[in-house]
Design a protein around this ligand. Structure first.
Ligand SMILES: NC(=O)C1=CN([C@@H]2O[C@H](COP(=O)(O)OP(=O)(O)OC[C@H]3O[C@@H](n4cnc5c(N)ncnc54)[C@H](O)[C@@H]3O)[C@@H](O)[C@H]2O)C=CC1
Ligand SMILES: O=C(O)[C@H]1O[C@H](OP(=O)(O)OP(=O)(O)OC[C@H]2O[C@@H](n3ccc(=O)[nH]c3=O)[C@H](O)[C@@H]2O)[C@H](O)[C@@H](O)[C@@H]1O
Length: 453
């Protein structure tokens, strides 16, 4: 099939590439000319495992193209995907300006039946607005070109985006046109072979499904962070509690890891946007407000622990940070907990030496000029002249460090583990003070501290 995708970010680029991989002829359009030029030079603007190779192979096979020119791209596509950003507006609601710009452009250029597929995360009712924007442009042109608008939200995770896209656990389709449904079913058939993954519903339900999924996941995290804070107060270890509750299949082990707060380009903005949508419809979504409030506080957690450990005086201290990305396997620092921590440490007069396997260039872009930041090429370089080590992102390479070397290098050996990746007693046995999230263990017998008791 001939496919056009607007937006070459995490969603557009990965979706376009995976659709090309199964034989479609894909053109990706972006307004960012520099990004398109890089893609046409064979450079991938984001770090996403496996993506580089797939883009290279599909470009070489002539199935994947990048352009800034909307008109020929729209003429190319039997289906036109909208995968542009929906960043938060000033009041937290979703900014639909990019989505509606693309809709107008589609209305200005379509000449024959087209299925318009919205993949961006958008509030309920957006498909109606997209349809209206296209119709208004067709009216100006004096044309009556048939088209359908469907909602096909995306559920991929950064760091696993290619895998999630090639093997989705579900394909949500909100549509009210039999013709569009058949076209989408045919498009996704290669991803839907061993069991039915397509869940068909009306457009509004599909739009809400996307927010409900992210809000549920964010709720699990904020709930666990709240439990972690309670555990700290009562002298329990949240890691034991996590394993204890996760074994109930109704709860499950996934997405119940406490930490330094959730970040990324989606949970913070989507929880807020859903809460604003509810409010705009006269409903006060109290759970969502609490999820957001807990997360805002949780992002202060590491700073509070560090400041308390150093008696409230961080002036002149040097803090080593391992991890800058909002999660492992990405270079994305949007809403990353590291950003709040960096700013708090600088405001308190501390300097930071930071290491991240992939996000160093992004940190340099954001804070390159800041005198309080030294970006290091190796995790151990970050420890030189540092007073403390803070784990902000749980990259695999941080899981089994040489604690003796850490102890020998840090001025006052202490680890603040924002992702609970270490066993406190192992760290303490190496002569390093340890702080985790929700790891109050004062009431526990020593044998109960092992992970799997
Ligand atoms: N990042 C993620 O993991 C996921 C994101 N989403 C949703 O997908 C949407 C896109 O997200 P990302 O890919 O992360 O965004 P992004 O910010 O990485 O990329 C968006 C791209 O759209 C381009 N763009 C903006 N206006 C345009 C226009 N008029 N024509 C062509 N291109 C235009 C931008 O230049 C940018 O390259 C958002 O609604 C997001 O909430 C959904 C699931 C996962
Ligand atoms: O709409 C989106 O953009 C996407 O948002 C999330 O994906 P992503 O933001 O890439 O990353 P996650 O793995 O969900 O992690 C988000 C944040 O939650 C934190 N997290 C995750 C899991 C957990 O147990 N605890 C926890 O603190 C992570 O550290 C990270 O900061 C969802 O998982 C995707 O399904 C969704 O498509």
């Amino acid at each position: 099939m001939r496919i056009t995708i607007f937006g070459t970010g995490y969603v557009g680029l990965v979706t376009g590439t995976c659709l090309a991989e199964v034989g479609n002829d894909v053109i990706c359009v972006d307004v960012d000319a520099a990004k398109v030029a890089r893609l046409n030079d064979g450079e991938i603007p984001i770090f996403e495992p496996g993506l580089d190779e797939l883009v290279r192979d599909n470009r070489a096979a002539g199935r994947l193209h990048f352009t800034t020119a909307a008109e020929p791209a729209i003429a190319h596509g039997q289906m036109v995907f909208i995968a542009v950003g929906t960043p938060p507006d000033e009041d937290g609601s979703a900014d639909l300006s990019h989505v509606l710009t693309v809709a107008r452009s589609i209305g200005q250029h379509i000449t024959r039946y087209t299925v318009v597929v919205n993949k961006s995360t958008v509030p309920v009712g957006t498909a109606d607005r997209v349809r209206a924007a296209i119709s208004a442009e067709l009216l100006i042109r004096g044309l009556d070109v048939p088209f359908d608008v469907v909602s096909n939200p995306e559920f991929l995770k950064e760091g696993d985006a290619v895998k999630d896209c090639l093997r989705p656990d579900r394909i949500i389709l909100g549509a009210d046109s039999a013709r569009a449904i058949e076209a989408i079913k045919a498009l996704y058939a290669p991803f839907n072979r061993n069991h039915e993954r397509l869940v068909l519903m009306d457009v509004r339900s599909a739009e809400l499904t996307k927010y409900a999924a992210n809000a549920m996941l964010a709720t699990k995290i904020s709930f666990m962070n709240e439990m972690a804070n309670i555990a700290e107060h009562v002298g329990a270890d949240i890691e034991l509690v996590r394993i204890g509750i996760g074994s109930d299949p109704r709860i499950g082990y996934s997405f119940i890891y406490p930490g330094a707060g959730y970040g990324g380009s989606c949970f913070p903005k989507d929880v807020q946007a859903l809460e604003r949508t509810a409010r705009a419809h006269g409903y006060n979504a109290r759970v969502l407000s609490a999820v957001e409030a807990v997360n805002v506080d949780q992002k202060d957690k590491l700073f509070v622990l560090i400041e308390r450990h150093f008696g409230g005086d961080l002036a002149g201290k040097t803090i080593a940070l391992w991890g800058l990305a909002f999660k492992p396997n990405t270079d994305d620092m949007r809403e990353a907990p590291s950003r709040r921590l960096l700013e708090q440490l600088w405001a308190a007069g501390a300097k930071v030496r930071a290491y991240d396997p992939e996000a160093r260039h992004e940190a340099a872009r954001l804070y390159g000029e800041h005198a309080g930041l030294l970006l290091c090429e190796h995790p151990h370089d970050a420890l030189e002249h540092a007073d403390a080590l803070v784990i902000v992102t749980e990259w695999k390479e941080f899981w089994s460090p040489d604690f003796e070397r850490i102890k020998a290098t840090l001025k006052s050996p202490v680890i603040f583990d924002g992702r609970n990746i270490y066993e406190p007693r192992t760290v303490e046995a190496a002569g390093i003070a340890y702080y985790g999230i929700g790891r109050g263990r004062s009431l526990l017998p020593a044998h109960a501290a092992a992970r799997n008791v």
